[in-house]
Write a protein that binds this ligand. Sequence first.
Ligand SMILES: C[S@@+](CC[C@H](N)C(=O)[O-])C[C@H]1O[C@@H](n2cnc3c(N)ncnc32)[C@H](O)[C@@H]1O
Length: 221
Amino acid sequence: MQKCFIMEDSVEVILQHKSCKLSHHTPEKPLVTAASGALLVGVYGLWSLFALPGFRKVPICLKVPYLPSSRTQTQNVMKLLHGRAGCLADLGSGDGRLVFAATVEGFQCTGFEINSILTGYARVKAKWKGIPSSTSSFRNQDFWKTDLSKYNNVTVFLAPGVMEVLGRKLEKELPDEARVIACRFPFPDWTPTATEGEGLDQTWAYDMTAIRMLSTQATMR
Ligand SMILES: C[S@@+](CC[C@H](N)C(=O)[O-])C[C@H]1O[C@@H](n2cnc3c(N)ncnc32)[C@H](O)[C@@H]1O
């Protein structure tokens, strides 16, 4: 409980510092980005009619609507995780599709999802697929208030406006050997190690060792 408050405080501090401004990512395809944004808002509107409970506790500038990963996007994520092992956290796990794909590849997965309906659905789906809870579990939990230090693989499909703040949280908490995979929206301040796919299905891989080295070099300049 103590730790929860510390995590919450640190996110609040980051937010105050940034004043919740949107990311500086310049879209290369404005029409695609606008359409994608409109779709996200529409889906969020629908969901918010009956799935708001957990969301009320998340600051408005950190709210992210539900939109499932496409099959190609999921495959791109798996390509960037190829050859890796260990614990994986999917931040905002939705119906669990990224978690299920990663479980097949041998990862020990945890999906964090604030929407209780989606969490319940993913748990039922896991049972139906015969996946034991020792290999994949779903927590109805706000990832902003979660200590992520035990995860050496993290996947995120969120929204452009939260990526910068999330980058700072991950940089603080993840171990050096961690790899972070971002779907559709890259981290504005990080340099990717690799990327897969294009357009709406593009995914980026970031290795914490490289990210920390680059930010140390930047502060020394
Ligand atoms: C764009 S969807 C991605 C779903 C899934 N990862 C996929 O790729 O299909 C983002 C998800 O993050 C969840 N989410 C948003 N903020 C969250 C938070 N603070 N903690 C946990 N889940 C959150 C939303 O409810 C939504 O299901």
